[in-house]
Design a protein around this ligand. Structure first.
Ligand SMILES: NC(=O)c1ccc[n+]([C@@H]2O[C@H](COP(=O)([O-])OP(=O)(O)OC[C@H]3O[C@@H](n4cnc5c(N)ncnc54)[C@H](O)[C@@H]3O)[C@@H](O)[C@H]2O)c1
Length: 277
C-alpha cells in the first residue's frame, strides 16, 4: 500500500499499549481507525481521547477468540467507514511460568487469543480485502519471543513462533492480491501486557491448578522483573508499524530466513565432518 491517508485500519487489542500506539500513529497519518478490544473501560477511555480531537474512530467490544464477534466488528467497521484496508491482529496475552507449572487453562487461554485471535482476524478480513481490490496490508503482532526462546515464557513463546510462521506463510499467498503482510516482533515494550490476567475470562480459570494471576512462581517473577526493566515506550512502535505499511521490507525478511538456514547448513556440515558421516 503506497498511501495510507483516508484509508481505514482495524486494530485488535487497540485499547491499550502497542495497539493504542498504532491507533494514534495511524490517526495522525490521516487514517480512520477501528479499535476492537475486550476491555470496555479502556475502549471508553480511547473513545473520549479521540472525540476530544475529532479524529475518526470506532471503538468496538470484541473478544478475538469469538468468530461471530469478529464478523460483527468487521461489519460495523465497514458500515461506519467503508472498506477496511489495514488489519492489525495485535491482541495478545501472557501467562508466565515454567512449562511444568502450566495448566490446560493457561495453554487454552493464551493460544486461543495469541494464535486463534490472529487466525480469526485473517479469516475475517482476507476475503474482504481481496473483494474490494483496493490493496491492503495485514500486520500480525508476534514478538522477539517469536524468534528466540524466553525462559519462563514457554506458552507465550510457542504462540509467537506460530504467529511468525503464519505471517511468513501468508506473504506469498496474498501478494498476488495486492495485500502486504508484516509481522511485528517487538522486544520489551512498556504496556499492560504484564497485567494480562485482567482480561482472563471465567472459562479459563476453572479446573485443578488454574489461577488468575499472570506471573506464577518466584523464578517467573524474577524473569518478568528483568524483562520490565528493559521496556521501551510504545509510541515509537506505533510509528514503526505505520512506516512498514507503505514500505514492506520483504527482502529483509527473506534475507533473515536465508541467513538462518545457511547458518544451520554450515553447522550441519561441521557436525558431519566431525563425525565423519
Ligand atoms: N509489551 C511487550 O513487551 C510486547 C513485546 C512483544 C510483543 N507484544 C505483543 O504486543 C501485543 C499487544 O500487547 P501490549 O503489550 O500492548 O499489551 P496490553 O495488555 O497493553 O494490550 C493488549 C490489548 O489486548 C486486549 N485483549 C486481550 N485479550 C483480548 C481478547 N480476547 N480479545 C480482544 N482484545 C483482547 C487487551 O484488553 C489490551 O487492550 C500482544 O500481542 C503482545 O503479545 C508485547
Amino acid at each position: 500500500m503506497r498511501e495510507v491517508a483516508g484509508k481505514t485500519a482495524f486494530i485488535t487489542g487497540g485499547a491499550s499499549g502497542i495497539g493504542l500506539a498504532m491507533a494514534r500513529s495511524f490517526s495522525a497519518a490521516g487514517m480512520k481507525v477501528v479499535i476492537a478490544d475486550i476491555e470496555r473501560a479502556a475502549l471508553d477511555a480511547v473513545r473520549s481521547e479521540f472525540e476530544a480531537s475529532n479524529a475518526p474512530l470506532l471503538a468496538v467490544h470484541v473478544d478475538v477468540t469469538d468468530r461471530a464477534d469478529m464478523k460483527a466488528a468487521a461489519d460495523a467497521a465497514e458500515a461506519r467507514f467503508g472498506n477496511v484496508h489495514v488489519v492489525c491482529n495485535n491482541a495478545g496475552v501472557v501467562a508466565a511460568g515454567r512449562i511444568d507449572d502450566m495448566t490446560y487453562d493457561d495453554w487454552d487461554w493464551v493460544t486461543s487469543v495469541n494464535v486463534g485471535g490472529v487466525v480469526n482476524g485473517v479469516q475475517t478480513f482476507v476475503g474482504r480485502l481481496k473483494a474490494h481490490g483496493e490493496g491492503g496490508h495485514i500486520v500480525n503482532t508476534a514478538s522477539m519471543a517469536g524468534h528466540i526462546v524466553v525462559p519462563g515464557l514457554g506458552v507465550y513463546t510457542t504462540t509467537k513462533f506460530a504467529v511468525v510462521g503464519l505471517s511468513e506463510s501468508m506473504l506469498p499467498d496474498l501478494l498476488a492480491h495486492n495485500i502486504g503482510v508484516s509481522v511485528l516482533c517487538p522486544g520489551v515494550v512498556d504496556t499492560r501486557i504484564f497485567d494480562s490476567g485482567r482480561n482472563r475470562p471465567e472459562r479459563f480459570q476453572g479446573g485443578a491448578g488454574a489461577r488468575d494471576e499472570t506471573v506464577s512462581g518466584e523464578e517467573a517473577e524474577a524473569v518478568m522483573a528483568r524483562v520490565r526493566d528493559s521496556a521501551i515506550d510504545p509510541a515509537p512502535v506505533g510509528d514503526m508499524v505505520l512506516h512498514a505499511i507503505p514500505h514492506p521490507d520483504i527482502e529483509l525478511m527473506t534475507d533473515l530466513r536465508k541467513r538462518e538456514m545457511s547458518d544451520a547448513f554450515a553447522r550441519w556440515r561441521i557436525y558431519r565432518e566431525e563425525r565423519g558421516i
